[in-house]
Design a protein around this ligand. Structure first.
Ligand SMILES: [Zn+2]
Length: 73
């Protein structure tokens, strides 16, 4: 057992910079309801509109009840 353990890093200067993501935009997740299996799907912005349980691409926005459909390319 060593009496003295020198710290490997002095100070709290973390040099690795994290990419700044606009949290206000990406952290927001919207609740959808699958139009096929009726499962609740919460998707963040930028995520593909797709049911996680059945893979259906027609989801209903729970807030507005407006249908959001992404057709297959
Ligand atoms: Zn589904």
């Amino acid at each position: 057992m060593s009496a003295y353990n020198p710290p490997t890093q002095t100070g709290g200067a973390t040099s690795h910079t994290q990419p700044t993501i606009s949290v206000s935009d990406t952290a927001r997740s919207v609740e959808y309801t699958c139009g096929d299996c009726d499962a609740a799907v919460s998707l963040k912005r930028g995520e593909p509109i797709r049911c996680r349980s059945c893979g259906h691409r027609v989801l209903y926005k729970q807030r507005t009840n407006r249908m959001v459909q992404f057709e297959a390319r």
